[in-house]
Design a protein around this ligand. Structure first.
Ligand code: ZN
Length: 276
């Protein structure tokens, strides 16, 4: 029997606004409700960006903790993952959410270009962020926006700056970074398997690549990510009505190839996280 698939819902990201899709959750209560709807249809991991009331990317710990508390209350066992991504926030602000001890946090292991700016992750910052996650028992999700980041992650693992079984996400389809080409996906996956054979992994396809990349992951035994952070549309004809609709869409694709959504306790076991 195939391993259950961990479905991550990336609720909102740092970029999309309500004018782009009114379903993008901004306030903590909107994010908690969106996480709960996604949880009910099969998401076991929620990836969170705090947003200020004016929709700009937020760093206020009270925003992060409000969402974390609400998800823990309403979605028993759901894995909470904070973004440490940039988009105009200072390095210090990006690292500040770790002290709130989410289950996981993103860790990009290098710098790349984004559509309109540099995604700035200097070597010292990466090492200090990894160290802070270890100290606070926060499991990193290694974010691979460019191939070098995979080798940098391996170097961190060799320095024992990562938890024992790494978890990796390939991000495909961001303009100016890695394209969503099957050849790129296959190369990255073969390198991951050679370098860190015990790693769990998934890939995020951005924009119109979302479901295509999910199919690649499902076929190769990986996990998947969906949500309005990566893609605002249900298909070519209309916007997605909600994060939950995108989770349902990917759960149906998973079922069609014999993969069932992981329950929170299954997802925690796969990722080596404490059960709740
Ligand atoms: Zn994100």
């Amino acid at each position: 029997m195939s391993e259950p698939v961990i479905i991550t819902v990336a609720l909102n990201g740092a970029v999309a606004r309500k004018i782009d899709n009114p379903a993008v959750p901004i306030s903590p209560s909107e994010q908690i409700e969106a996480a709960h709807e996604a949880f009910e249809v099969g998401a076991s991991l929620v990836h969170i960006h705090a947003r200020n009331p004016d929709e700009t990317p937020g760093s206020d710990p009270t925003l992060f903790s409000a969402v974390q508390d609400g998800v823990r209350r309403h979605c028993p066992g759901m894995i909470v993952q904070f973004s440490t991504g940039g988009r105009g926030r200072s390095l210090e602000a990006r690292a500040s959410c770790i002290s709130l001890r989410p289950d996981m946090a993103s860790l990009a292991t290098g710098s790349t270009n984004f559509p309109k700016q540099i995604y700035d992750n200097p070597p010292d910052f990466v090492i200090n962020l990894a160290r802070s996650m270890l100290e606070h028992a926060v499991k990193p999700e290694i974010e691979i926006f460019d191939a070098a980041m995979l080798y940098n992650a391996k170097a961190l693992a060799d320095q024992e700056l990562l938890t024992r079984r790494p978890h990796v996400q390939f991000v495909l389809g961001v303009k100016n970074a890695l394209p969503a080409r099957r050849e790129v996906f296959d190369f990255l996956l073969s390198e991951l398997r050679a370098l860190m054979p015990d790693a769990s992994w998934k890939a995020a396809g951005v924009g119109r690549w979302q479901t295509e990349v999910a199919r690649w992951c499902l076929a190769e035994g990986g996990h998947v990510r969906t949500g309005l952070e990566d893609n605002l549309r249900f298909d070519g004809s209309r916007l997605a009505a909600s994060n939950a609709e995108l989770v349902t869409q990917v759960a149906e694709i998973a079922a069609s190839v014999g993969r069932q959504p992981a329950t929170p306790s299954e997802a925690r076991a796969i990722l080596g996280l404490p059960s709740v």
